[in-house]
Design a protein around this ligand. Sequence first.
Ligand SMILES: [Zn+2]
Length: 218
Amino acid sequence: MKKINPFKNGLKPVAILAANKEHGTRLKYLSGCKCPDCRRANTTYQCAREVEKKRGDWNGIVPATKARKHMLKLSEQGIGRRAVHAVTDISLTILHDIRTGTKKNIRARTERKILAVTPDLASEGALISAAPTWHLIRQLLAKGYTKRQLAKMLICDANALQISQKQVRVRTAEAIARLYKKLEAEGFITAKHYEPEETLPANTYRIKPGVIEHRMGE
Ligand SMILES: [Zn+2]
C-alpha cells in the first residue's frame, strides 16, 4: 500500500483524521490500527473497489491515437481493416477513418475492442468452407427447429446469422457447432415441431442454403 505523506497538498495526516473515528473504519485502518474490525472495514472497501473496476465499462470519448497505432501495427502483421471489422463489428467506415486519422476521437468501447484484436483473435474472422456448418443447420431443421428459432438462439452473435452458402467465418462456424452440441445434449426437445419418433424422412424440411438471414421474417 502506498504510504501517505500527510503534509503534502494540505492534506491532514491520516492519524489526525482518524483520531476521532470509531474502530471498524478504513480511515482508522490506514492510520495504523490492525484490529479485526478495522481490517474488515479495509477489506470490504477494497473488494468494492475491485468490483467497480471490473464492472468498468466506461464509454466516454477518447483520442483515437492508440487505436490507430494498434491498427497500423496489426496491418504490418497482415491484419487489415476487414479482419478487424470481422471480429469487432465496428463499421468499415469508422475503421477507415480511424486508420487515416480523419477520426480524431472515438468511444472508449470502440478503442477497447480494437486494442483487443490480436493476430490470434483475427483468425476467428477468417473464412472457411460453409459446408460443415450447413450440414449442422440442415440437421437442426430436420429435427423440427424453425429458421426463426435458430436465428433467435444465435442472436447473441448477430453476424452468425449472415450465413453464405460457400464460406463462413471461423467464429460463426464455431457458434453454430456450439449451438448444435447444446441442443443435442438436450435431446433436441426444444424444437418447435418436435417429433419424438423420427418418422419423417430427412428431406421433408429441405431448405435452400442461404435462407437463414438476419432479417428473416417468418
Ligand atoms: Zn481498529
